[in-house]
Design a protein around this ligand. Structure first.
Ligand SMILES: *[C@@H]1O[C@H](CO)[C@@H](O)[C@H](O)[C@H]1NC(C)=O
Ligand SMILES: *[C@@H]1O[C@H](CO)[C@@H](O)[C@H](O)[C@H]1NC(C)=O
Ligand SMILES: [Cu+2]
Length: 495
């Protein structure tokens, strides 16, 4: 018996809604590391793009669930270019990256850790590598730069930084609701191992959470009614680096390496080749071993989706077809790496160039490019008239502005896109005033065919069933999205 995929979609609309965003992946010197690979993000796909609920929460460090690491750690070279990617829809980079209504500063922090895959992230040890607020000359916020750069935020690591494990943490602060006590932080962490024999360490570090608080000029700033040039970025200054004298960081990576024999990746999951076989029992045993891995892949898929699991299923289907055809010599293409080849990209605008150096020798501002120099940190003494940035809606009255409601965008496990080619991505301006509810079953597995023959000594598969039920209900009141979602998946039922 087969049950066809079912998809129930409850559509709801809201009067005004803008999508939030999520840091989904990163690039090292332009090379994609893979969606969700070595990236700490909110694992709940339906809420993954939401801003951090409280500036005082441990979630400020590496997002919801971010005190727990993921298994992979990616190696980077001294002075490497790190590029962080945001998406409004975690699994679909072809869609918009961040709605233009989000205006505010951005920053990148680092924390040196013993183990990037197990460090709890929250707490002391963080230092700022880069920040950018508002550029008065161009009337643009850091968010404008990222949005216009395909959602990519790139910074060079300062050369000569001490080697070893780090958490690298990009941050966006959206200020559209800051004056109403709702500064919105978007963040996540890349787990990296820095290959460096350098000796530079930060002169001082801060705690995250703790480095930024409610009620500070940087977090309750009224972008609509104050000259944006007066904005002062939150957190510490860009860290001064100083030579430790003796290199104490490790020089070879010990944790988070890609597992041996990993022939398919999806996020931090790795598929491994099934045992070779030469008879019927062996064939079905390997078939099962393949589907078991498939289950793990789907069950551990990050909000960035399950494109790799889908490819893995193709392999399982091939094995199953072999067993059914009584061709018991396999598996087909044994040991072949199935992970699609990764292609480097042009990351576009680079926000901070390689710099660093010893404190007092090479000051921190050297980390910034001239085009991205931070605004004068001292607020203006004069009261300049409101200068709304180009895309910002005009205040309707002189002293108040109704901010656009920004509610959750439902971000279901959409099928992952074709391999990224960011230079060819067309910018999609999603309708700003509607909620898009677009769950898809396209990425869900096709029902598996029941084997025709029961091998001796094996229980026969009498029922194969795939049920994908997705129900999303989004209602909005006072700018808060409520959502109910059900997502069930079962690919095989053995009786
Ligand atoms: C910012 O730009 C406005 C308009 O061009 C100008 O009047 C003002 O003096 C500038 N402020 C600073 C601090 O440069
Ligand atoms: C990406 O797309 C652009 C524009 O379509 C094209 O010129 C470029 O060759 C592509 N790059 C890759 C790596 O495919
Ligand atoms: Cu938002």
């Amino acid at each position: 018996m087969k049950t066809q995929s079912m998809l129930l979609v409850a559509l709801a609309s809201a009067p005004m809604a803008l999508a939030h965003t999520i840091f989904t992946d990163f690039y090292v010197d332009g090379m994609p590391q893979g969606d969700g690979v070595a990236m700490r993000m909110n694992p709940n796909a339906q809420h993954a793009s939401a801003p951090i609920a409280s500036l005082d929460s441990d979630d400020m460090a590496c997002n919801v669930g971010g005190t727990k690491g993921v298994s992979r750690v990616q190696s980077v070279k001294d002075g490497a270019l790190l590029t962080f990617e945001i998406r409004a829809w975690a699994a679909d980079p072809s869609k918009e990256r961040l709605d233009r209504g989000h205006k505010g500063p951005c920053a990148v922090y680092l924390k040196k850790v013993d183990s990037a895959s197990t460090d709890k992230a929250a707490g002391d040890g963080w230092f700022k590598l880069f920040d950018h607020g508002y550029n008065n000359a161009t009337s643009r916020w850091c968010t404008d730069e990222i949005i216009d750069n395909n959602g990519l935020l790139s910074v060079h690591l300062p050369k000569g930084l001490e080697g070893g494990d780090y958490l690298a943490r990009p941050e966006i602060l959206a200020l559209h609701a800051a004056k109403d006590g709702d500064p919105q932080i978007y963040t996540g962490c890349a787990q990296i191992f820095l290959e460096s024999s350098g000796t530079l360490v930060p002169e001082s570090t801060v705690s995250i959470p703790g480095y930024m608080k409610y009620g500070e000029p940087s977090t309750d700033f009224d972008i609509y009614n104050k000259p944006n040039s007066q904005y002062v970025v939150p957190g510490p200054k860009v860290a001064k680096l100083t030579a430790r004298g003796v290199q104490s960081g490790s020089t070879s990576q010990t944790d988070g390496l890609k597992p041996e024999g990993c022939i398919m990746e999806n996020g931090n999951w790795c598929g491994k080749e099934v045992p070779s076989y030469s008879d019927e029992i062996g064939c079905w045993a390997s078939d099962k071993a393949c589907w078991d891995q498939s289950d793990t892949c789907y069950n551990t898929a990050p909000p960035t989706g399950h494109a790799g699991c889908k490819l893995w299923e193709d392999k399982c289907n091939d094995i199953q077809a072999q067993c059914n055809a009584k061709n018991f010599k396999g598996p087909p293409n044994m040991g072949k790496v199935l992970t699609p080849e990764k292609k480097g990209i042009d990351v576009g605008q680079i926000m901070a160039t390689a710099g660093g150096g010893v404190a007092d020798d090479a000051p921190a501002p050297a980390l910034r490019t001239s085009s991205m120099k931070k605004e004068e940190e001292k607020p203006e003494a004069t009261t300049t008239p409101v200068k709304a940035s180009p895309a910002a809606p005009k205040p309707t009255t002189s002293d108040s502005y109704e901010r656009p409601l920004i509610v959750h965008e439902v971000s279901p496990m959409a099928p992952a896109p074709a391999p990224a080619n960011h230079s060819s991505l067309s910018k999609v301006d999603a309708p700003a005033l509607t909620i898009t509810v677009a769950p898809s079953s396209a990425g869900a597995p096709a029902p598996t065919a029941a084997p025709q023959v029961c091998p001796k000594g094996w229980k026969c598969v009498t029922e194969v069933e795939l049920v994908t039920t997705t129900v999303y209900v989004t209602a909005t009141y006072d700018g808060v999205a409520k959502r109910v979602s059900v997502h069930q998946r079962r690919h095989v039922h053995r009786a």
